[in-house]
Ligand binder design. Sequence first.
Ligand SMILES: NC(=O)c1ccc[n+]([C@@H]2O[C@H](COP(=O)([O-])OP(=O)(O)OC[C@H]3O[C@@H](n4cnc5c(N)ncnc54)[C@H](OP(=O)(O)O)[C@@H]3O)[C@@H](O)[C@H]2O)c1
Length: 327
Amino acid sequence: MKSYKWGILAPGKMSAKFTGGIKLLENAELYAVGSRDLQRAKQFADEFGFKKYYGSYEELAADPDVEIVYVASPHSHHNAHTLLCLRNRKNVICEKAFSINTREVEEMISEARKQNLFLMEALWPPFQPFYKKAHEILKSGVLGRIVNLHGFFTFIPPYDPDDRKFNLALGGSSLLDIGIYPVIDALTFIGVPDEIKATALFADSGSEDSINVIFKYNDRRMATLYSSFRTSIGIGCEILCEKGNMTVSRGRDMNQKVILDLHGMERQEFVFSPPAMGYHWEAEEVMKCLDEGKTESAVVPLSFSLDLIKTLDKIRRAAGVFFPSKD
Ligand SMILES: NC(=O)c1ccc[n+]([C@@H]2O[C@H](COP(=O)([O-])OP(=O)(O)OC[C@H]3O[C@@H](n4cnc5c(N)ncnc54)[C@H](OP(=O)(O)O)[C@@H]3O)[C@@H](O)[C@H]2O)c1
């Protein structure tokens, strides 16, 4: 089995979780870390057992032995950091939101194609057992057609105008950070909407911190989506169908649950607790695609990432959410 040398670009909170996933894979080598700060890179490398560490992203990208880079910087920098890696001939898996807007995502995709390198948005749900179970139930036909999907993702982080969640210059927005998940649910289980309505509230920093979204589909279906840094009802997706309902949810610990509630029948519950919160499946997919000579994943195709960012752009326009340095 070929093994791959991984590089981590931006060793923040999410990189620690993702590295926990990579660690489970026999064909993945924890090779190098790049941080804006050499000491932070060393600390992360020592903690997780990476061989090398660099005090800049440029040095990480220039290391000829790094084969795959995981990009986990703030949303505002995904485009620049992904391009940096691709132009240094690295395969890339980049965190969500893939970038700030459609133009930036198109540029990343076009560079990956030009370089004939692998590129994937690090989307967690499509790899998880609860999503697979939900697909299986919907496909079986027991629920009939989906009529309405109600998705939400909320939690209350401490307010800090400099934090990437609230700092406009870093792409701060509940939609791009957590609201993206209910949007993914609607795109996955129903599709791209024909009409979008949205309204938002803003923090003192000027960043959107709560948003309500309505999707309308021409075939008489709807989705209502909500994300917020001001309430704490958790994470969930209720899929309301002709013959019953299905709840597809994950806890903050990423434990997963599917509840099937068919009209007139007893509720059925399916619970999943994957190791390393299930992050290893994304890394496994990257290496499987590379083994097979593929530059794109069929689980998270670049066309899905394009549909996603185009939809996020439309939601932002409808709700008046802009990133002044980018839009
Ligand atoms: N898939 C998931 O389940 C999931 C969950 C949480 C977050 N995420 C995504 O992961 C990415 C990172 O989120 P996080 O929570 O790990 O953020 P974080 O803890 O704030 O880490 C971000 C890292 O980016 C680097 N960085 C580069 N330029 C920066 C700048 N101008 N300001 C601040 N930091 C900068 C910093 O590393 P150095 O300074 O050391 O280089 C920092 O540690 C985001 O895209 C987020 O949406 C995904």
